[in-house]
Design a protein around this ligand. Structure first.
Ligand code: WTA
Length: 636
């Protein structure tokens, strides 16, 4: 039995028990046998969840790109590392071999060095899903620069906030990005963002769409000529195990986004090990994750996890609906994809279309189907299972977070019997706990609670960039000595976990985490708005959609409601991005509040769901009448 590759349920249980009984011994063996180190560790783990401080493989030295690229050259140099499928199906796909990846990453690394970037400097990457994005991420890792990838759907304000929070010196972007038959002016967004980021000294621009863009003299440079001129040799920077590898921002329920910091060694080991087992990757398989590298799923399961295993990983530039709703399945057929990993929101959107979009393609190459990002509803699960997997490819419903770095709860395909809507069992090394309202751990099965993790795992985020107190307060203060996930979950009679959703003020819309506070802040900037509150409500395709309750100032009361709605939504698109726009906006005279002034979101949620059967006792509210007034306006 190899602990690195789990082949059946019995092995899973054996290895799991070992990983819990002797976590240090277990992870040490994985680290020793499957990765390349420049120097061995002095200590496997030291941790204290009260500080909180977690260190894995202290004293060890490595570079993740040696593990993801260099060590494969001798045996897999001509194997495709990245299979780039462009937005336009008529444009040829690119098979980028490990050798070519090595060359491109080295060149890009030298370009960054040429811009003065050194170990520890932050580099902001705001690129579409083109090969340069993967090269840029790996180039940073090669020279020890800390990458902060910002999803290229965020607005200029959101981009500026992230650039400034980590004080990035360089921004990498493109002249534009393709999305279906549209293109987006990314460079224009960067230019606008940089009006507020005076420290950014240089911008490197990849040319993708041929847009007419403004280049700022002395600051902006086209990437291609620099790459062309750069040397194809670049020594790796030898990194300490606990040095930061990257920062990735995620929304909090309050305040500005949280820059989650991931480490070099622990992150690498866990991303690689989960990838191997949860997708049961075999040499020569073609693996495809449809996420964007701007999210953690793309970091761990398009770039680092697959490449650390010498896999072929598909990188898709486009969208599921272009040129038609068969695009995903056409790609599966074309590249004979074996493992396919996507989000429930995409499955729901595709399940709404004619089944002919699926049936005209040969999907027989598929062996494993994955989902991530939000709870998958039963109907979507069955559609995926019946029509895509033909009831033969197991579905891995993978639960995890930006903060966890890798998949935490998931079936092992062909080993763990699946159950619709259940993420099933903790992955190797993961010790979940369900907590009740009084902060006690629920020991039994068939319980509901708040999901925590009791013991460190290698890829947990180490801090929030520049704000360790916030890291402690957000994740380690709700339950002493536990990492609190922010999710609710239940455990069934056999110990399977089902994630029921967020229990804080984060709402997941189409798989994107959105905090209510930043959206409310954006709305409140409207001149006519006095106050606002956002809640989520169930939506057929997006999972959740946003409902905004807005109190207008007196002088806006006579204005046309539809134009106010448009203005509010465009403010949100400007401040955060189009993903945060509201589906519904109701203008209300007040918001239900407790006597201490806290908005009763539970009531607002019920009204938005048009379910007022169980509003609870509203008589203790500061303003009980407002509930009826709101109901009348909305008509429930
Ligand atoms: C939710 C994405 C149910 C959850 C990798 C979590 C899920 C948040 C699942 C993290 C799943 C993720 N079932 N809910 N399989 N996967 N979530 O940081 O609420 O973008 O806390 O990381 O997504 O989202 P994030």
């Amino acid at each position: 039995m190899s602990n690195y590759h789990i082949k059946n349920l019995e092995e899973y249980f054996q290895i799991y028990r070992k990983s819990v009984r002797d976590p240090e011994g277990f992870w040490e063996e994985i680290a020793e046998e499957h990765f390349l180190w420049r120097k061995r560790w002095d200590r496997v783990l030291s941790w204290d969840f009260t500080k909180p401080e977690v260190k894995w493989f202290e004293g060890a030295q490595l570079n993740i790109t040696e593990n993801c690229i260099d060590r494969h050259l001798a045996i897999r140099g001509n194997k495709t590392a990245i299979l780039f499928e462009p937005n336009d199906p008529n444009e040829v796909a690119q098979h980028i071999t490990y050798k070519q990846l090595h060359t491109q990453v080295n060149k890009m690394a030298n370009v960054l060095k040429g811009q003065g970037i050194q170990k520890g400097d932050r580099v902001c990457i705001y690129l579409p899903m083109i090969p340069e994005l993967a090269y840029a991420v790996l180039a940073c890792a090669r020279i020890g620069a800390v990458h902060s990838v910002v999803f290229a759907g965020f607005s200029s304000v959101a981009l500026a906030t992230r650039i400034n929070d980590c004080n990035a010196a360089v921004v990498l972007t493109a002249d534009g990005s393709f999305r279906g038959n549209k293109s987006i002016d990314l460079k224009g967004i960067v230019d606008k963002a940089l009006e507020d980021c005076p420290q950014v000294k240089s911008v490197l621009v990849a040319e993708r769409v041929g847009n007419n863009i403004q280049m700022v003299e002395g600051r902006d440079h086209f990437m291609a000529p620099l790459v062309q001129a750069a040397s194809a040799e670049c020594q790796v920077e030898v990194m300490n195990a606990e040095d930061p590898l990257f920062i990735l921002y995620t929304s909090g329920s309050t305040g500005k986004p949280k820059g989650m910091v991931h480490s070099c060694a622990g992150y690498m080991i866990y991303a690689a090990y989960t990838f191997k087992n949860i997708f049961q990757y075999q040499e020569n398989d073609v693996y495809w994750c449809t996420a964007d590298i701007g999210w953690i799923t793309g970091h761990s399961y398009i770039v680092y996890g697959p490449l650390a295993n010498g896999a072929t990983t598909v990188m898709f530039e486009g969208v599921p609906s272009y040129p038609d709703f068969g695009r995903f399945w056409q790609i599966v057929e074309k590249h004979k994809v074996n493992q396919f990993y996507t989000a429930p929101t995409a499955i729901r959107a595709l399940a709404k279309e004619k089944i002919d979009f699926v049936d005209q393609y040969d999907l027989s190459s598929l062996k494993v189907l994955g989902t991530v990002g939000e709870p998958i509803n039963e109907e979507a699960w069955h559609w995926y299972n019946d029509h895509i997997g033909k009831k033969e490819s197991p579905i891995v419903d993978t639960w995890w977070q930006t903060e966890t770095g890798g998949i935490m709860i998931s079936p092992i395909p062909y080993s763990t019997p699946t159950k619709p809507t259940f993420a099933t069992l903790p992955f190797i090394g993961i010790q979940p706990a369900l907590m009740d309202e009084n902060g006690q751990e629920l020991q039994a099965n068939q319980v509901d609670g708040r999901l925590c993790i009791k013991f460190p795992w290698p890829s947990m985020a180490r801090t929030i960039w520049g704000d360790h107190d916030r890291y402690r307060d957000t994740y380690f203060s709700a339950y002493p000595k536990m990492y609190f996930t922010g999710d609710g979950a239940s455990r069934d009679a056999v110990g399977y976990y089902r994630i029921t959703g967020r229990v804080d003020d984060v709402i997941i819309v189409s798989g994107h985490n959105l905090g209510t506070a930043p959206i409310e802040d954006a709305i409140n900037e409207h001149q006519g708005v006095a106050e606002s509150a956002i809640v989520g409500f169930p939506h057929d395709i997006k999972g959740n959609a946003l409902f905004g309750y807005v109190i207008l100032k007196d002088d806006a009361l006579n204005r046309d409601s539809d134009s106010l709605r448009t203005e509010i939504n465009s403010l949100i698109a400007d401040k955060i991005g189009p993903i945060a726009k509201l589906d519904n906006i109701a203008f209300v005279p007040g918001l239900p509040k407790t006597r201490s002034g806290k908005i009763m979101r539970r009531i607002l949620r019920k009204i938005a769901q048009k379910d007022v059967s169980n509003l609870g006792d509203t008589s203790t509210l500061l303003n009980p009448d407002v509930v009826d007034q709101i109901r009348k306006i909305i008509g429930v």
